[in-house]
Design a protein around this ligand. Structure first.
Ligand code: HEM
Length: 157
């Protein structure tokens, strides 16, 4: 797909999935479509260097432990795809009044001044990383749709 068409499709997908709950899939078809743990590792190993090379967002990642981020992203993608993993990051659980225990992506990202454009750039890189690892778009769209609701927690600028 041409870059423009992909970006347009992604924008629509992100917009339309904002109402989706931020919860993992309950069946593992997306996990299997990504190639299981091995496939997810390959995708994240493609994705992380793309983030560091992307002029739209690479500055955000300076000074952070990318090896740790790599592991946390593998866990999180696996969990959200319905696989047998749990995100074990330092911000895994936070109790919010009236909501209960939530996975706290806000605390992780709040000092980073992330814009919608930066969020979309990262989502686009992830889509490309999955394409490069031969994930069918029916599967990659499902992972993106699961992550998209985090936009509200992550974008603060
Ligand atoms: C769907 C979108 C996103 C997801 C699912 C996501 C997920 C994560 C996860 C799981 C971590 C690891 C936290 C830990 O160590 O436990 C993390 C950290 C981080 N993220 Fe994101 N993120 C997203 C968007 C972004 C964007 C758009 C940026 C910047 C352009 C960004 C920058 C960072 C940075 C710099 C860290 C390291 C923070 C630290 O180690 O304290 N993230 N993210």
């Amino acid at each position: 797909m041409m870059n423009f068409a992909r970006t347009a499709a992604l924008g629509l997908l992100l917009a339309s999935s904002l109402a989706t709950a931020q919860t993992p899939y309950t069946d593992d078809s997306t996990y299997r479509g990504l190639g299981g743990k091995e496939g997810i590792k390959k995708i994240v190993d493609t994705f992380v260097p793309m983030l560091l090379a992307d002029p739209r967002i690479k500055d955000s990642f300076a000074d952070f432990d990318m090896a740790q981020l790599n592991v946390r992203l593998q866990e999180q993608f696996c969990e959200f795809a319905g696989g047998p993993c749990k995100y074990t990051g330092k911000y895994r659980d936070k109790t919010m009044d009236g909501v209960g225990t939530v996975r706290d992506m806000t605390t992780v990202h709040q000092d980073l001044k992330i814009t919608n454009a930066m969020f979309n750039a990262l989502a686009e890189d992830l889509q490309i990383a999955m394409e490069q690892n031969n994930v069918p778009s029916s599967v990659s769209n499902k992972l993106i749709a699961k992550l998209a609701p985090m936009q509200r927690a992550i974008v603060t600028k």
